[in-house]
Design a protein around this ligand. Structure first.
Ligand SMILES: [Zn+2]
Length: 162
């Protein structure tokens, strides 16, 4: 049995040693733990829309009818995006600008949403003589948000060990 602290320590170690998008370690009990991170499909903010505001990609570049004067337009390699900031962000120009930069960076593909998968492979089983593998995934994590990635790896690993 692995303790909660161990899960976190192992998750931190694995995330610190991510080469490309995977990292693997072997535990003292012989189990192998593999972490991988895969980009989610590109295409807007989904569940995070309340936080990031509404975005609409337009073909002809005209502002969507229900967007107002606070909305901003920018180009990316897939076309033109109009962004309507959420009400909360409009009160503070600095907040508004940093949110606008974050939204623009997403469409310029400087960050993306990602899914994290943890896979645990047992040592050869006493009954069938083969290793057993189990895996769990969690998606919709911002690719540069390492603390959330570490937390997800910790939780997935603990779940798999139940
Ligand atoms: Zn077996």
């Amino acid at each position: 049995m692995t303790t909660a602290t161990d899960y976190r320590a192992i998750a931190e170690m694995l995330c610190a040693t991510l080469h490309g998008d995977t990292a693997t370690t072997t535990l003292d009990d012989g189990r192998r733990v593999r972490v991988s991170i895969e980009p989610d499909p590109f295409g807007g903010f989904g569940d995070d829309q309340d936080w990031y505001g509404e975005v609409i990609e337009t073909r002809d570049g005209t502002r969507p009818a229900h967007f107002d004067g606070a909305s901003r337009k920018f180009r990316h390699r897939h076309g033109v995006v109009w962004w309507q900031p959420p009400t909360d962000a409009r009160r503070d120009p600095e907040v508004l600008d940093s949110l606008a930069k974050r939204v623009r960076d997403y469409f310029l593909e400087r960050w993306h949403y990602a899914s994290v998968t943890v896979e645990v492979t047992s040592s050869p089983c006493a009954t069938c003589a083969h290793p057993h593998t189990a895996q769990r995934s969690f998606g919709g994590i911002e690719s540069d948000d390492m603390s959330t990635i570490v937390a997800a790896v910790t939780d997935l690993f603990a779940d798999l060990d139940d």
